[in-house]
Design a protein around this ligand. Structure first.
Ligand code: TYD
Length: 224
């Protein structure tokens, strides 16, 4: 089994940039890394993404919404994540099941036990080895996302919720991280991109060491 790393956080926390930087770093030191995002990450998942995040789909039923996130996740887990882990690689996933608990559970008030049941079904019980939470004040994150200099930002249906929703999501992350401190690494997302990237690289080291032997690097594979 390889190493499964997820990134979580509220809007505008810089998660996608940091996930990309970590993937680039780990590849540069010789690891096999798959970098994917949710919802999406597969051809089928990307089609589900356009339904579930589409600004036009405001009438989406809350149960349909949760099931669509889970459907995209099931496809991603079975098509990409499990095979990559079984081959001894590293998977970096930009959002995973904790987004469902934070957004649909804490944010929208859906029943957490129900969400956990559906998630377990979708993932076959696959839980990340480490979850990097980029913690940010939701008001700061939303301002960052709306800033005219913010490049290539997609404004999606969930972003359009009121600030109180995003505060509930942030509180949800707090609860989830507190409940499982050995898996969650909490990072201050309001520091510079470089300082945050360095902090994340250091934070994953113990997990890389713990997984050593279970994960393979390109260098190890090509050594005769
Ligand atoms: P995305 O454009 O990828 O934004 P971000 O950069 O914030 O990840 O949009 C993903 C959106 O989907 C984001 O608003 C969080 C939401 N989401 C859920 O509500 N539940 C989920 O299970 C997942 C995976 C995402």
């Amino acid at each position: 089994m390889g190493l499964f790393i997820t990134f979580e956080g509220s809007e505008g926390c810089g998660k996608s940039t940091q996930a990309r930087l970590l993937a680039e770093h780990l590849r540069s030191v010789g690891y096999q890394v798959s970098h994917v995002r949710e919802p999406g990450g597969t051809a089928i998942g990307d089609q589900i993404r356009s339904i579930v995040l589409g600004m036009q789909n405001t009438e989406i039923d809350p149960t349909a919404e949760s099931l669509l996130f889970s459907a995209s996740r099931a496809q991603l887990v079975n098509q990409i994540i499990r095979p990559q882990l079984a081959a001894g690689g590293i998977v970096i996933c930009d959002r995973y099941a904790d987004s469902t608990y934070a957004y649909q559970g804490y944010g929208l008030g859906r029943d957490l036990a129900d969400l956990r049941t559906v998630t377990t079904k979708a993932t076959g019980g696959l839980v990340p080895h480490v979850t990097i939470w980029l913690r940010i004040d939701p008001a700061v994150g939303l301002r960052r996302k709306l800033h005219p200099d913010a490049s290539a930002i997609e404004w999606n249906r969930l972003d359009a919720h009121e600030l109180a929703f995003h505060q509930r999501v942030a509180h949800g992350y707090e609860m989830l991280a507190n409940a499982d401190p050995t898996r969650w690494v909490t990072c201050d997302a309001e520091q510079s991109i470089e300082a945050l990237a360095a902090h994340i690289r250091t934070s994953v080291l113990p997990f890389l060491h713990a997984a050593h032997g279970a994960i393979s690097s390109v260098t190890e594979r090509t050594t005769p």
